[in-house]
Design a protein around this ligand. Structure first.
Ligand code: G6Q
Length: 542
């Protein structure tokens, strides 16, 4: 297979980059006064403005050729049809099935997975309603009021992000917590003020073999049983599991009747809209959860059917490639102007960096180009008082996504207009900057002019939504999922495996007995690791 980097279309973009790399957004807007209305897509409930990017019509046309030459349309169809696009694990990539309406068939190995999804959703709904109705009782007869999700990575970040994002819609009488880290202080801090008799744990692990999760689940079992007494009966009242591995769930001691399924065809980082989101459904209710799925599905349909030049995730992906591979930008900032989305960027970090942090193509050759960016950021306006300085005036090019909402969920004074004035002002300042002449005209002393000059030409996308709802959240996440797909497909990599994460799951295993041994374990690592382990043992009195 010809690698993307060797294709004439890629080389044409390199050539084009040399021609326009110094073109300023000020000039692009001056030459085309309607640019800000033209380079916009208003579809699928999203207003996407990409006019403040360092692109011309020719750039976009050249980037769109990457879709054709990589067979992106075929790739999208293959994903929706359940083909094994995750080549190194030989699995379908079917998170889109999680939000496909009932009645549509997607058959994998003879099984209609959409039907399975809806059967699971119905079970999740029945379970959630019992908790929300305070009907589910713990071992001592008290109603469950606390729900603790135990999971890590894809079995944690999504539910926790969405729990924060949809807090306004949640049942505030139910306390939801998320324990992920094997650092025991995570479990301690998340449970120290909870009553075990009123607490239910949802142990989320696709493999049910993850050290952190199983360790936390064991600790939780002891914590509950110490308080309520009893054995398996008590476990059944305080523990449910979400997993693709019923044998291990049973081995752990959770009745598989209390298990919700996960499937091999859903990657962990694409899974919070499956039963991995059970804690979220308990918190916001099944209607809101289904509304979120409908939002996901609307963007799935947009991605599948919209022409690429009007396809928001495709454009997001192409623009990302433009900076990543031609301008040499190493990072990408995601800046949501909603405090509810304070966990969104951490979630997208995993989605993007775990998916596209790859160095070989799907057929195992060195990829020869830059793949996934470093994704970072936090909710505006907080970041403005911290790292925006570097975005405005540093020496690095940082393409950024600004995400905003017209309506606040509660009218609190005039906060919303103040918040959103920043959402508009920042991209404007980043694009147009402030010239030395303008600075001088403000009466700034000569010695400060250069320090107070803003080059501008810093690119941003603006994504504007009416309001943060479950539906909007689904749309937003689906946009990024498909942006990641677009980029991975064009780069020719497998966006759906994660061998670096798998490595981390085994690396520490050999060291555990060396830390715990009563006598000198006879270390065989490099001199640095040996010395560090010896120091640790000494500090712990071993
Ligand atoms: C996600 C990753 C990873 C995974 C966790 C937890 O795509 O594979 O983050 O979700 O390692 O794995 P389990 O759900 O199997 O415990």
């Amino acid at each position: 297979m010809t690698r993307m980097v060797e294709r004439p279309e890629w080389k044409a973009l390199r050539h084009h980059y040399e021609q326009i790399r110094h073109v300023h957004l000020r000039d692009l807007f001056r030459e085309d006064p309607r640019r800000g209305e033209r380079l916009v897509v208003d579809d699928a409930g999203v207003y996407f403005d990409y006019s403040k990017h360092r692109v011309t019509d020719e750039t976009v046309a050249l980037l769109l050729r990457l879709c054709d030459v990589s067979g992106l349309r075929r790739g999208i169809e293959a994903m929706f049809a359940g083909e094994h696009l995750n080549v190194t694990e030989d699995r379908p990539v079917l998170h889109v099935a999680l939000r496909t309406p009932q009645g549509t068939k997607i058959v994998v190995d003879g099984v209609d997975v959409v039907e399975e999804v809806h059967t699971c959703l119905a079970r999740m709904e029945a379970f959630s309603e019992r908790i929300r109705g305070r009907e589910w009782q713990g071992a001592t007869g008290l109603a469950i009021r606390n729900v603790v999700n135990i999971g890590i990575g894809g079995s944690d970040l999504g539910p926790e992000m969405a729990h924060a994002a949809l807090a306004w819609y949640g049942d505030r009488g139910i306390t939801c917590r998320f324990v992920s880290n094997v650092d025991g202080m995570d479990f301690y801090e998340k449970t120290r003020d909870l009553d075990p008799t009123e607490t239910l744990f949802i142990v989320c692990s696709k493999s049910f073999g993850t050290l952190e999760t199983l360790t936390n689940a064991r600790t939780a079992r002891t914590w509950v049983l110490d308080a309520v007494g009893g054995g398996e009966d008590a476990v059944a009242k305080h523990f449910v599991a979400v997993s693709a591995n019923p044998d291990r769930v049973a081995e752990f001691g959770i009745d598989t009747a209390n298990m919700f399924p996960m499937w091999d065809w859903v990657g962990g980082r694409y899974s919070y809209d499956s039963a991995i989101g059970l804690s979220l459904m308990v918190f916001v209710g099944a209607d809101a959860f289904r509304e979120m799925l409908a939002g996901f599905h609307a963007v799935d349909e947009h991605f599948r059917t919209a022409p690429f030049e009007r396809n928001i995730p495709v454009l997001m992906g192409l623009i990302g490639i433009w900076y990543n591979d031609f301008f040499g930008a190493e990072t990408h900032a995601v800046l949501p102007y909603s405090q509810y989305l304070w966990k969104l960027t951490a979630y997208l970090q995993q989605l993007d960096m775990e998916s596209n942090g790859k160095h070989v193509t799907r057929d195992g050759q060195p990829v020869g180009l830059q793949t996934g960016p470093i994704v970072w950021g936090q909710a505006g306006t907080n970041g403005q008082h911290a790292y925006y300085q570097l975005i405005h005036q540093g020496t690095k090019l940082i393409p950024s996504d600004f995400i905003g909402f017209a309506d606040a969920l509660e009218a609190v004074g005039d906060h919303q207009d103040l918040l959103m004035s920043n959402f508009f002002a920042q991209p404007e300042a980043l694009a147009f900057g402030k010239t030395a002449d303008e600075v001088r005209a403000d009466g700034v002393p000569a010695g400060q002019v250069s320090a107070r000059t803003f080059e501008g030409n810093r690119p941003t996308s603006s994504l504007l939504f009416p309001r943060l709802t479950p539906d909007t959240l689904g749309r937003l996440v689906a946009l990024y999922e498909h942006k990641v797909f677009t980029q991975g497909w064009i780069w020719g990599i497998d966006s759906f495996d994660q061998w670096g994460v798998e490595l981390g799951k085994t690396l520490a295993n050999d060291i555990i007995p060396e830390l715990e041994a009563d006598t000198d374990p006879g270390l065989g690592h490099d001199s640095s690791t040996n010395a560090l382990i010896r120091r640790y043992r000494a500090l712990r009195g071993r």
